[in-house]
Design a protein around this ligand. Structure first.
Ligand SMILES: CC(C)(COP(=O)(O)OP(=O)(O)OC[C@H]1O[C@@H](n2cnc3c(N)ncnc32)[C@H](O)[C@@H]1OP(=O)(O)O)[C@@H](O)C(=O)NCCC(=O)NCCS
Length: 208
């Protein structure tokens, strides 16, 4: 059991809050840059928690950046030097032969198999499967029910949409978007937006 604070109070944060509480951690503070748009301002039972930035950073309790947007999460993580926690839901399965980077969360039913390396501030969402020998870059979001087979590589900041599947040995570049339900059978270049089965590039995300 630990004391944990959470940066971000939007929809994704609700899931992270639930996950941390499920693990028996004490949530000491929640902060959001735009509190008027968050559940904190919306009759939440968290209204007693701090949303004051100075107060939020006044201790060194470990924190999680609970923001689903990969670019925003990356920008914050690069700027804020802090101790970051790793949260793994009790129903998730993580091989002892795999590693998770700081700030990463694995939601209910997530699976990470042997030999996989998961970067920092990654979201492995509900029931997502990362099979053996995958390499997942920093700030990636693997959405619910995604299936990554063996030896798949995902570059920094890429978002894999819900239910997408990627066949073995495929490399997806950085800051890509893979559409919900896509089936990826060949390598994907950086910044590409890919949809369908088999996956096809429909456009490119703006470069950083
Ligand atoms: C891929 C995606 C990002 C594209 O969004 P967009 O940029 O707004 O694109 P549009 O909705 O304008 O669609 C562009 C074209 O791609 C098609 N398309 C979009 N998403 C698609 C998908 N998932 N599968 C198949 N085709 C898709 C559209 O039908 C459209 O085709 P058209 O030009 O022939 O009409 C989005 O549709 C998507 O799938 N996001 C994943 C969301 C998700 O899984 N979130 C998980 C949260 S936990």
């Amino acid at each position: 059991m630990k004391r944990i604070k959470i940066y971000g109070a939007g929809g994704h944060s609700k899931v992270i809050l639930d996950l941390a509480e499920c693990l028996g951690h004490t949530i000491t503070k929640v902060f959001d840059d735009f509190p008027e748009h968050t559940y904190l301002s919306n009759g939440s039972n968290l209204s007693d928690l701090s949303s004051d930035k100075e107060n939020f950073f006044s201790d060194d309790d470990p924190m999680i950046i609970a923001i689903g947007n990969n670019q925003v999460r990356a920008a914050l993580a690069k700027r804020i030097k802090a101790r970051y926690e790793i949260l793994v839901h009790p129903s998730a399965t993580i091989s002892q032969e795999s590693t998770l980077g700081e700030g990463t969360v694995v939601n209910a039913g997530g699976i990470v198999q042997s030999g996989s390396t998961i970067g920092r501030h990654v979201i492995i969402n509900t029931a997502a499967l990362i099979d053996h020998d995958n390499k997942i870059g920093d700030f990636v979001h693997i959405s619910p029910n995604v299936s990554l087979t063996g030896h798949v590589e995902i570059g920094e900041g890429t978002h894999i949409g819900a239910g997408a599947s990627i066949i073995p040995m495929v490399k997806v570049g950085k800051w890509c978007t893979i559409g919900a339900g896509a089936v990826i059978i060949r390598d994907v270049p950086d910044f590409a937006v890919v949809v369908g089965n088999p996956g096809r590039i429909i456009k490119y995300n703006p470069m950083e």
